[in-house]
Design a binder for this molecule. Structure first.
Ligand code: SF4
Length: 316
């Protein structure tokens, strides 16, 4: 490259920095975003970390590089701020697997059982729930409730994992993450044979068969910490491939193998550097939640955010 000239990516990065300053904006990016989007983020993390960050920022505009429910959560918690989702069709299929009506039916069938709602859900579903959770604090949230029977929505696999770690009776809903559900136990076994010294770390959205093979069941942020602290040099990673960019960058002496080449969430990849710049330039797409739904949903989110985190919990 000729000295003094900028690549297209560098030019966009510079434009984004100018826009952020001019507009008092902040970019939050999920660990599954494209590498170039991760590189321009002010904060990178899992859904819980980003939810917390959204409540702490002084910025007037939040650009949320993630999927629909994450931007909705940021808007629910920050009604006075403008929350932008650069790609309107970046939508989580798991969140679409349950409706408010489904929650009401579950309540009728299980009177008295509180509803614990994984944050991968719409604002309207959160509004029907008693308390939210992430995979970070799901076990803690469930154990914090006095009732013995708990309705857990919408992720059946996370619900099964939680059920295996608590004494509560968990009522499940058949939702799932199509990306994590694609990992096969056979793929993990194959990789373990090829790399016998590797540690297997997987996300709790994986199937029980995959979870049974794991050395550790971890959130994306926990995977980042675990990889740094572990004496192991090689890891088989069962989560969306975007995290491997961060794992490799922060652990240059270690090797990370994706558990399955299918571990790519097409919705997380819809956001590009160009769409982030366009989003700021045109203030699109503004995510808002109707006030009645927002007020009900914020109760469930706030209740979750008051629960103290520890390093043994996992998050998306
Ligand atoms: S990785 Fe799964 S849970 Fe996360 S946004 Fe994609 S489909 Fe939804």
């Amino acid at each position: 490259m000729i000295s003094g000239s900028l690549s297209f990516t560098e030019e966009l990065g510079q434009r984004l920095r100018e826009l952020k300053e001019e507009l008092n904006a902040v970019i939050l990016a999920h660990n599954y975003q494209r590498p170039e989007v991760q590189d321009v983020a002010d904060f990178l993390g899992d859904s819980l970390e980003l939810s917390r960050k959204a409540t702490q920022t002084q910025a007037e505009i939040i650009v949320f590089c993630g999927v629909d429910f994450m931007a909705e959560s940021a808007s629910i918690l920050n009604p006075e701020k403008m929350v932008l989702l650069p790609e309107l069709n970046a939508a989580c299929p798991m969140a679409a697997m349950i409706t408010p009506e489904d929650v009401r039916v579950l309540r009728e069938r299980h009177p008295g059982a509180p509803v614990v709602c994984y944050v991968n859900s719409s604002a309207a579903v959160k509004a029907e729930s008693d308390i939210c959770c992430t995979s970070a604090n799901a076990i803690k949230v469930v154990n914090s409730l006095s009732e013995e029977e708990i309705i857990f929505i919408p992720d059946e696999y996370l619900g099964r994992y939680v059920a295996s770690k608590t004494k509560k009776e968990i009522v499940l809903h058949p939702g799932f993450c199509p990306t994590h559900a694609r990992v096969r136990a056979g793929e993990i076994r194959f990789l373990k044979e090829a790399f016998p010294d590797a540690e297997i770390i997987v996300h709790p959205e994986c199937t029980p068969e995959v979870i049974a093979l794991a050395d550790a069941v971890l959130s994306t942020s926990q995977m980042v910490r675990y990889a740094k602290e572990s004496a192991a040099k090689t890891f088989i990673v069962g989560t969306e491939e975007g995290l491997l960019y961060r794992l490799r960058r922060e652990n240059p002496g270690k090797t990370f193998h994706l558990a399955s080449s299918t571990l790519i969430c097409p919705n997380m990849k819809k956001i590009t550097l160009e769409s982030v710049a366009r989003s700021l330039e045109k203030r699109q797409h503004i995510i808002t939640v109707p006030e009645k739904i927002r007020r009900a949903a914020v109760r469930a989110l706030d209740r979750m955010l008051t629960i103290k985190q520890d390093r043994t919990s996992t998050s998306d």
